[in-house]
Design a protein around this ligand. Structure first.
Ligand code: SF4
Length: 343
């Protein structure tokens, strides 16, 4: 049976001297993963804005004036065209996000077609659609959905300061339904909401102590969007962010820990330290939902500088097309760098 973590144990990890924590995280990481492999996902917003929820960090909430233009659910063909581009760019997982409290049953046939279509391209599929009913989770599972993303965001104690329209328990219930439907779980949180270190520890305890830890754990740095209530929050010290990644790696040794939103604001050195701390998944592409993601070339260059490779998934085993596409781009990006630097 998986180890159950206590809050005191998690806090003790956060309290470790930084370099000791990094060393431990890297050791745990190497026991379970090839440290040069990073899983690469692309995220597409299939329905943007006008969300009835009040998540205080989110520009997609209808309650905040952020200038974001709301869009209806995309057509299936448009989604598949984006997935083809993501695959050609070397992405192995395609994540589709909709700003909803929950999907309506009317939308389910379209969502099922999206899952089936993206899978037929040989990519892993992930969706994030809000709260699910048992029947909806089952339908997505039967359509072949590989992952469902639903973040816990923060500790149960701090949660009420950030969201009031959906309870923590509702989130846990959705995660349970997803599991029961045979879909893998992607769930993590955000650093920089105004929470204490204790809350970060408590969030990781919640995730690590689920009956099965999430296969994918996104750790986001708050992207402060003008017009949202958290726009003026204090910056998070990058070391505190890296610490959170390291503790997540130690507490969930076999999960993919994803360096997610907020990467745009991070230096290459901070990102490198995140990989050192055990992050082994990123979003790659021009859009991370509606917040900007580093341009693709910057990612490719960083991979090259650090000697990292995109990870294969079961869906592309025996077919090196994706790896070759990304490797080709890495080589091209690298020659461009030297070309530009030439006297
Ligand atoms: S985080 Fe999701 S649920 Fe919350 S307001 Fe944004 S889109 Fe809606």
């Amino acid at each position: 049976m998986a180890m159950r973590w206590t809050l005191a144990q998690a806090q003790a990890l956060f309290d470790k001297p930084f370099l000791e924590l990094m060393f431990e995280a890297q050791q745990v990481h190497r026991q379970h993963f090839d440290p040069r492999q990073v899983q690469v996902s692309t995220l597409l917003s299939i329905k943007t804005g006008a969300c009835p929820e009040d998540c205080k960090y989110c520009p997609q909430s209808a309650r905040y004036k952020t200038g974001l233009e709301a869009e209806r659910l995309m057509e299936v063909e448009e989604v598949l065209a984006s997935a083809r581009k993501a695959k050609a760019a070397g992405s192995s997982r395609f994540c589709m996000g909709a700003a909803w409290k929950n999907p309506s049953d009317r939308d389910m046939p379209y969502l099922e077609k999206m899952v089936q279509g993206v899978k037929a391209l040989g990519m892993e599929t992930c969706m994030t659609l809000g709260t699910l009913s048992d029947a909806q989770a089952q339908r997505l599972g039967e359509a072949g959905l590989d992952f469902y993303n639903h973040n816990l965001d923060t500790s149960p104690e701090f949660y009420g300061n950030i969201i009031t329209t959906r309870t923590y328990q509702e989130r846990l219930d959705t995660l349970e339904k997803v599991r029961e439907a045979g879909i893998k779980v992607c769930s993590g949180g955000i650093v920089g909401l105004g929470e204490e270190v204790r809350d970060r520890a408590a969030l990781l305890v919640q995730l690590a102590n689920l009956p099965v830890a999430p296969e994918s754990v996104p750790i986001n740095m708050l992207v402060k969007v003008k017009g949202t209530p958290l726009a003026e929050n204090d910056d998070v010290d990058p070391f505190d962010f890296i610490r959170t990644i390291a503790v997540a790696r130690i507490m969930m040794p076999t999960s993919h820990v994803r360096l997610s939103a907020g990467r745009e604001q991070m230096s290459e050195q901070t990102q490198a330290m995140c990989f050192m701390a055990g992050a082994n998944s990123i979003f790659y592409g021009c859009k991370l939902l509606t917040t900007p993601n580093p341009e693709e070339d910057k990612d490719l260059l960083l991979f090259r500088k650090l000697g990292l490779n995109p990870e294969h998934t079961h869906t592309d085993a025996g077919d090196n097309a994706q790896q070759q596409a990304l490797t080709r781009q890495l080589v091209n990006a690298d020659s461009a760098r030297y070309y530009n630097a030439a006297p």
